[in-house]
Design a protein around this ligand. Structure first.
Ligand code: SP5
Ligand code: ZN
Length: 358
């Protein structure tokens, strides 16, 4: 039997975002979510079993508008220009949008927070951390990443493919309806889920394998019963991003009660218990009509951003579990920061998924 060829939806525009620095505890550190990640993954997937497909721009704006508030899209679309028009480069050499204050209830104390005229003060209305900077190419890259996810969903919805992989970058699962953070600007996996719904799937299951809980995706679907969100991740209660959410007690609200499942794991967890959690989520989404996998590979042992110890074989087995469902599936790239092993981990997952007949 011929090996199934997995379509790899990608766009050169995803390289346009250059974070340069991430401001961590007040100090600029070297950004880890770099454009080189795209090329590391392309290199690993440029061969038998995969087919590269370049995605044209702006293919599903309705899905994006369904996922995000207009205010966030407007801010991200104009922030870099506003910043460049300000004094920041000359005054302090800062060429990226960095929030200066956060208008949380601690500041506003019940008063309405007005949009700030100064962009450094306005940024905290949408940006929720200091790690996730906006530069000249950020919005174009984020749109291209969302386009890759939408294109993958369209391929699957049309019946042309049973499995499609979106090489989305920057990643998306920390982007909330009205907020960006955690190296994420637009929620690519949510765009894929929304596009699958519009394309005819009554119930979509999202399984998030990134080392960090996808608080953005969880928030977007928290009150909905038509999209299940399940995540296996390092325990935020042990001091890991996103720190304040991602706990097992969060199971949905309103119509969405029971449609969110968080499976936090202890630092140092390896393949065995991680795969048990993946199997739990696999069974949980088995009644859905379509599947979205948020494929972060930062749970890998070599990754600098998490303390989980999953191997490439672990990712391959996760692919076998989820592919074994036989559901139409869109796999969307999330995190993964160890350039030497990144591409191989993605290939291992996709190989397992496709090989399972998915
Ligand atoms: C999509 C994704 O994987 N986002 C990662 C979000 C977590 N980032 C938290 C980074 C914490 C600081 N890491 C060390 C900083 C030194 N550069
Ligand atoms: Zn992550």
């Amino acid at each position: 039997m011929d090996q199934y060829e997995v379509p790899v939806l990608w766009s050169p525009d995803t390289r346009l975002h250059d974070p340069r620095n991430e401001v961590w505890v007040g100090v600029p550190t070297i950004g880890t979510e770099t454009a080189a990640r795209v090329d590391a993954i392309l290199d690993a997937l440029d061969g038998p079993g995969f087919r590269l497909v370049e995605v044209p721009p702006a293919i599903d704006r309705p899905a994006l508008d369904a996922v995000h508030d207009a205010g966030l899209l407007e801010f991200l679309g104009t922030a870099a220009e506003r910043w460049a028009a300000g004094p920041y480069a000359d005054l302090v050499g800062q060429e990226r949008v960095v929030p200066y204050l956060f208008p949380t209830p601690a500041m506003t104390a019940g008063l309405p927070a007005r949009p700030a005229v100064a962009v450094h003060a306005d940024a905290g209305r949408f940006g929720y951390d200091t790690m996730t900077l906006v530069g000249p190419g950020t919005f174009a890259a984020a749109l291209a990443a969302a386009d890759c996810a939408a294109a993958a969903a369209h391929l699957v919805s049309s019946g042309a493919e049973q499995l499609a992989y979106a090489l989305s970058r920057p990643p998306g699962h920390h982007a909330t309806p009205a907020g960006y953070g955690g190296s994420c600007y637009l929620n690519n996996a949510a765009v894929a889920a929304e596009a699958l719904r519009t394309g005819g799937a009554q119930r979509v299951g999202i399984v998030d394998l990134d080392a960090h809980q996808g608080n953005g995706t969880a928030a977007i679907f928290y009150a909905r019963s038509d999209v299940r969100y399940g995540s296996v991740h390092v325990d935020p209660g042990a001091g890991w991003f996103p720190h304040v959410v991602g706990y097992a007690e969060e199971t949905g609200t309103g119509d969405g009660v029971g449609a969110t499942r968080n499976l936090p794991l202890a630092e140092g967890t390896g393949d065995g218990p991680w795969l048990e959690a993946v199997a739990n989520l696999t069974e949980w989404v088995s009644g859905c009509d379509a599947l979205v996998v948020s494929l972060g590979v930062d749970a890998a042992a070599d990754d600098p951003e998490s303390p989980l110890l999953v191997t490439a074989d672990g990712y391959r087995d996760a692919g076998r579990l989820l592919g074994g469902l036989g559901l139409p599936a869109v796999v969307v790239q999330e995190g993964g920061y160890h350039l030497p092993s990144l591409g191989g981990l993605v290939a291992a997952y996709l190989d397992g998924h496709a090989g399972a007949g998915g």
